[in-house]
Ligand binder design. Sequence first.
Ligand code: ZN
Length: 349
Amino acid sequence: MKKKVYWVVTLCHFLRFGLIWATPPFDGTIFIDSNIITSDDPTTYRSLNYSGTGHRTMYDRRSGWVDLEPFLFDAKFSDLHLVEFQVNPEFGSVESAKAQAERFAPVIGRLPKCLLTDVQTVWIHMGNEPFGGGNNNLLIHVGQADGYVNSGILEETLVHEAAHTSLDGAHAYAEKWQSAQEKDGGFISTYARDYPFREDIAESFLPYFAVRHRSDRISADLKQTIEITIPHRIQYFDSQNFDFFSGVGDLWSKETDLGQGWKSLNWLGIYYQHENNWLYHKGLGWVYPFLSDADSLWIYLPKKDEWVWTKESIFPYLFHSFSAKWLYCVLNEGDSTIYKWEGNVWAKW
Ligand SMILES: [Zn+2]
């Protein structure tokens, strides 16, 4: 990877240029309310797969760009590409590194979907340094994370950083965004005001999300302050038709983790979660499931080379759309039989 200028947040540094604009209501928006996203919110995170160690160039705020041999984990999220977690070898063992990846992956799965579209990797280091966003990455220092957890703003901080990663590129210099900045005539925070290109999108997005999707969790005063301060930016974000919640609360969110890759859904049964989305289902064998919508599945059965459709309320019935026939499976471990409805009798499929 080429060494790039790491162009994102240092939350603690505020350069003051003087009050050209109206005084912003906040210093920084990650602090405005710790309940905008909480650890009780659903996550799209599904599983983690250790893929070994490998050479990676990572950014570490303690030392800058470093070439390391981190522990690597592929994290799977509903309705999203795999995200590679690169955990600094200083954590010492696969188990300790995995514990760190497992700590942050569910948190990242709680962020609005539109903030994750460009997140390809996550760097995790020790140290008490600010987080970062950009470079198709989220940068985490676990010492600082403890502080964010104590303040209840771990999710809110990651919203800020992920907005850098997934929104800055398309929006920070967009003509319509700059026009919204001008029409608003002020900034939501001094941090955004002091870095109007670098920080305004990231600083404005969390308040926007709070107003549009968490207005029941923030005070009426806070909501009004945001709406009065950045009405044109709110309008700009509205016009983007962002995807906030696809994958959240889908049928996978109800699965139980049985450990070591085994999972279950109370209606589908027990299965082993393999990488690349293949499942080894106790009963059906290897299958490839694909979400049809939030609560129904297309399932590819390689033994038959056929796709079937099903959902919780109809399983173990399956619908074979190619023949437009209903199927019924009698599940036995290693010896399941699928029947098809032939007019007035069930025959083996
Ligand atoms: Zn920032």
